[in-house]
Design a protein around this ligand. Structure first.
Ligand code: DAH
Length: 357
């Protein structure tokens, strides 16, 4: 009996897999197994012999059964371990660099501009890109016969047969948002309105869709001096330079009176642009004091309130700040360009952490 026990206990301990284990089970305690046959022989024994052999055989059977169960569990554990080792995966690994997208310079600059003006108390206002003729032109003191209408290279929407109203347009500038914001909020008001605008034009510095940011500040005592300070402050923060000098050049826009185009002092050293120093001037935006008719169109009493407005080309200041030569490439979706000029997705521009780092 001792030999029998040793034989099976050893074999079970060495079984390689569940199949081998099952084989051993049949061989030992199966119906025709060695132990079962031995149990059948109990009948031929004397009562005395049986009293000794019976319990011993039962104990052996129990022992083998529990060795089988123990080994089966151990094999299952080992198989699970093996599988876990094979399927292990490190969820803390960083994203593969090539799969990472970038933030487009237009989005980056829009965020930067928004952060700067938010710090000066300007909220963000929005308006539709398909705009009525009235909001895009009339309300801004550009009546139908005004020559400024020709300068805007407007895209007109389709008009239904027999409809004689002026067709809607793709807004040619963000200025109509001035009117919508004044109507919605009244005065005093301080907003910027970044967004897409459209003009039928295409060359190195013009694309049919581009971006502007409009600014509007109306209160009882806002003057052109406030305009100048706000724009200087903006340029200092946006271009990330300590010294800026702006030049206000008399100009004309129908929606402002007086109007000024604003130039920033710069130099071109061997073709590289430096802002804030030098003997050249670069035009960066249009501005002025909001025309009384525009205030009235926005539902604000021009005898009580006044203020300034300005309009900046977002793509243009993005090109200046980040040295991007051709505007058309902004909208080509060329991955090489996007990887080169794009910004890291998690570098959100803030004034305290630095706008562009
Ligand atoms: N809307 C003008 C344009 O697209 C830009 C502009 C000029 C906006 C002067 C203004 C402003 O608010 O005061 O050409």
């Amino acid at each position: 009996m001792d030999d029998l026990r040793q034989k099976y206990i050893d074999a079970i301990a060495n079984a390689a897999d569940e199949g081998a284990l099952e084989q051993l089970r049949l061989q030992a305690v199966g119906k025709k197994g060695e132990i079962s046959l031995k149990m059948r022989e109990l009948g031929k024994m004397t009562p005395e012999e049986r009293q000794v052999a019976g319990p011993a055989l039962n104990a052996l059977k129990d022992e083998i059964n529990s060795a089988l169960a123990g080994k089966k569990a151990a094999l299952a554990d080992a198989a699970l371990e093996e599988r876990l080792r094979g399927e292990w995966l490190d969820v803390t690994l960083p994203v593969r660099p090539r799969r990472q997208g970038t933030i487009h310079p237009v989005s980056q600059v829009t965020e930067e501009v928004t952060a700067i003006f938010a710090d000066m108390g300007f909220a963000v206002a929005e308006g539709p890109q398909i705009e009525s003729d009235w909001y895009n032109f009339d309300a801004l003191n550009i009546p139908p016969e005004h020559p400024a209408r020709q300068e805007h290279d407007t895209f007109f929407m389709h008009r239904a047969e027999g409809d004689n109203r002026p067709p809607h347009v793709l807004r040619t500038h963000t200025s109509p948002v001035q009117i919508r914001a004044m109507q919605a909020q009244g005065a005093p008001i301080r907003v910027i309105a970044p967004g897409r605008v459209y003009r039928c034009d295409y060359d190195q510095t013009h694309t049919p869709m581009f971006h502007q940011v409009e600014g509007l500040a109306i209160d009882k005592d806002i003057s052109m001096a406030n305009l100048k300070w706000v724009l200087e402050e903006f340029c200092r923060a946006f271009f990330e330079i300590d010294e800026v000098e702006l030049r206000f050049r008399a100009s004309h826009f129908p929606f402002t009176e007086p109007s000024a185009e604003v130039d920033i002092r710069c130099s071109w050293d061997n073709g590289t642009l430096k802002l804030g120093e030098g003997d050249d001037w670069l035009e960066i935006l249009g501005s002025g004091m909001v025309h009384p008719k525009v205030l009235a169109a926005g539902g604000i009493d021009p005898n009580e309130y006044q203020g300034f407005a300005f309009g900046v080309g977002i793509d243009r200041i993005a090109m200046l700040k980040y040295g991007i030569p051709d505007l058309r490439a902004f909208f080509d979706s060329d991955l090489r360009w996007l990887r080169h000029y794009g910004f890291a997705a998690l570098d959100v521009p803030t004034l305290h952490a630095g706008l562009s780092r």
